[in-house]
Design a protein around this ligand. Structure first.
Ligand code: CIZ
Ligand code: SF4
Length: 304
């Protein structure tokens, strides 16, 4: 059954001149059928370099939006229109406007886990890979509003010793399911293992880690640090991604509960339907896209 699905998806992909992109948190079988797996920015940039006319983006909604903003001439499809990011939904445009009105002198940094409309209201974007560099690009005395992730924002501010960062209280429900107790138990069970966690984790979990990094940083650490055993504190789809790249490293998930239900909405069956019916198309209003693109481009100027 699965073989048939895979063959049919491959055939339709050719017919539609499509490229399949999968985020590092996707189901293993979706990562395996994809042309590229990576973090959201890597994927948006990959899409820009291909000849494909259609991008089938397997991730969550803000990621497909970002691909559409960077590739306005291509058709961007998602297999399930309901795959959103609860963290991105924790900040509305009206709340953002209120925040800016309360701190009119502050620069606004938004994490890519936000809607295009929020990006368009921001001075600059950041990813979890470059949040510290983006924050450091503002003079130390400049006040900063950081949205929507309180965990990533406070981690970056702490690293830079800044106490003038105004945080929004959004968070990732999946990463916050990883508890300090889980890390302690995993360390007890695997005393030689190193711990690497994502900056969307809670402060106590971050403090307990040997290394903190984005999904691309976690992949690099697991495969290149020389550690033979690594405890992975991020969404569990990441384990498939790391295992493929460095099968000899022993990996342990910090918590099996760090399983993002939105990421897992994309299945092979839905990928097939998506290519068959050319749905669901993600379009961004051109005026919003222009503003969001400015914020993304400013980020790329700071960290190319
Ligand atoms: O930007 C991404 O892909 C996300 C959400 C996480 C990461 O660390 O790569
Ligand atoms: Fe959003 Fe967290 Fe799921 Fe990523 S893992 S899509 S931040 S809820």
């Amino acid at each position: 059954m699965e073989q048939k699905l895979i063959a049919r998806i491959g055939q339709l992909k050719e017919e539609r001149k499509a490229v399949i992109l999968a985020h590092n948190y996707q189901r293993g079988e979706v990562q395996d059928i994809a042309d590229f797996a990576g973090d959201s920015l890597e994927l948006a940039r990959k899409a820009n370099k291909t000849e494909a006319e259609v991008i089938l983006f397997c991730g969550v909604h803000f990621m497909a939006e970002m691909a559409a903003i960077i590739n306005p001439d291509k058709t961007v499809l998602v297999p399930d229109i309901n795959a959103g990011c609860p963290m991105a939904d924790m900040l509305t445009v009206r709340q953002m406007q209120d925040l800016k009105a309360r701190h009119p002198d502050a620069a606004v940094i938004c994490y890519v886990n936000s809607s295009a409309a929020i990006k368009a209201q921001s001075d600059i974007c950041c990813t979890s890979a470059n949040a510290v560099d983006i924050m450091a690009s503002f003079p130390p005395e400049r006040r900063i509003i950081f949205v929507p992730d309180t965990s990533l924002g406070s981690w970056a501010a702490k690293k830079l010793g800044r106490d003038n960062v105004i945080l929004w209280d959004g968070y990732c429900p999946t990463h916050h399911r990883i508890l300090l107790r889980d890390i302690e138990q995993a360390k007890k069970a695997h005393p030689d293992a190193k711990v690497v966690v994502h900056p969307e984790c809670t402060e106590d979990v971050i403090a307990s880690a040997d290394e903190v990094g984005s999904t691309s940083g976690i992949l690099r650490y697991a495969c290149e640090s020389g550690a033979k055993e690594v405890i992975i504190g991020t969404e569990i789809g990441m384990l498939h991604r790391i295992r493929k790249q460095c099968p000899d490293v022993k990996l342990y998930p910090a918590s099996q509960l760090a399983d993002c239900p939105n990421m897992k909405l994309n299945t092979l069956q839905k990928l097939l339907w998506s290519l068959e019916d050319m749905q669901f198309e993600v379009k961004v209003d051109p005026a919003v896209a222009a503003g969001a693109k400015d914020a993304i481009e400013r980020m790329l100027e700071v960290t190319p």
